[in-house]
Design a protein around this ligand. Sequence first.
Ligand SMILES: [Zn+2]
Length: 327
Amino acid sequence: MSFSGILGQGRAVSLLKRAIETDRLPHALLFTGLKGVGRCLTAITVAKALNCLERVEGDCCDRCPPCNKIAKSIHPDVHLITPEGATVRIDQIRTLTREATLKPYEGRGKVFILDQAETMTEQAQNALLKTLEEPPQATFLILIAPEASALLPPIASRCSQIRFAPLPEGAIATRLREQGCEEGEATLLASLAGGSLGRAQELRKSPLADVWDLVGQAFALPPGRSVPILDLTERILRQKETVPLFLEALLAWCRDLMVSKVTGHQELLVYRNRAAALRGQSEGLALRQLLAMYRTVKQTLDGLGRYANPRLSLEAMFLTLRDLQAA
Ligand SMILES: [Zn+2]
């Protein structure tokens, strides 16, 4: 991929292209932003543009031998460093600093990309300091972290920071459709992805069909009996990692019920492909009921990340939802 293929990061990309074109790329860069918005892909593209034989206006050709080698992760001057286990260790940084002093083997620039740089141990960060302070002539370091404050201040302050924005939902949906995602699913995944294409792609791989089925059941709980609630909770907890996704999907459904009730505009819905079901369901409920349902799901979702016991939270939520629908 060249810079022109990077989704939704126009500002960061034009800054970098200009810097490369004018030979003024800082030797220590820090890319900050959410996971899955293109930070690592952009860093690899920087390495390509620095070493490309057919560079045009700061962008790489993505076809020449250096571009190809970098794309295949076999270029001897481009290194991607990722955590070993949970952290980037001091010996990984020591190897980097040693390697950084050597001349490029075949390219114009040596590039070290440190993904999840925030996982560097304190020792590792201290070991990196000197290289960041006085980077060798042809060496470029690109640190990737959620935010500058995730690194020790002396590290962050020696890097030029480039912020990567969350991606617009429309751009994520378009990219998902290009990758073969069906229209309704693309819209829904994009709205659940929180601005991250990576997250949308992860969600696409998760057992979504199951989740939509569960959302349907959450709105069809029979009154007066607790067994269906316990069963439904059990089914959801069978795949613990999808609990937040289920709650986000449920929250989107509650939101859609309100949108359907208030505006009736199908194009504003997340679940566009289920507009008829939403209309039917929202007709039977008052806006205050819908609002209370939305709040209930939101509170459960917020509580989940902090302290709550998932089983108790889900059961309590289903009971409240059922009672609110009956009220
Ligand atoms: Zn090239």
